[in-house]
Design a protein around this ligand. Sequence first.
Ligand SMILES: [Zn+2]
Length: 224
Amino acid sequence: MKRHRFYIINQIGLHQFILSPMLIILSIAIFLFSQTNLIPSSVHVSGYTRSNGTYVNSYNRRPPGSVEHDKPYQILNYISFGSFVLGIIWLVLLIREIHRSNHIDLFLKTIIWRSNYPTRPSFVPLPEFYKKARKDWYCSRCSSLIKIGMLYYHCEYSSKYIGNRYCNKCYEELKVLYKEYLIKLDEYYKECNFVANDRINQLSEAYRKKFKEELTSPENYISR
Ligand SMILES: [Zn+2]
């Protein structure tokens, strides 16, 4: 079930795993940058005794060269705060989603499916193309001789069958087999769909029973 860990990441999107912490780090960086550049609007002066003996209480005063609002850095401060909050919310939602996916993952392992997928019918090559033999060759299927100058048949679409040469008799037989294969393939896909739908129903039902709520997009949890 190693595949499933990546499956969760795929479901949520790898970019989110990178972006949300990045947003938080970036907002902290912006905050620190603006904070070091921000001129404080007031400084604290602690109490002291004058030379004539009078005591001056502690007070706040504006530092020299200060302005009422240190605009660009103050705005940066607000932006960093906003993006920090956004990053935290994003991360919390992400963790919740991971938690939920893990939950469903564990739950899926407890389900024993009532229906199974059929086995895929084995591929039959259809040698659609023909050429004249440049020398004496043998049929890849029945080993009969294809004499120089005779027509032979070949495939061009499947790398597995490229290079195979078929005699006329095999070509005719393969045409029939190929037609049967297509029909079987069609049946196979129909059966797969049927099993998938059945599994979606089984999963939804089991989920409803266990968690007392509807599972959204159960089709995402069905392996086909
Ligand atoms: Zn042959």
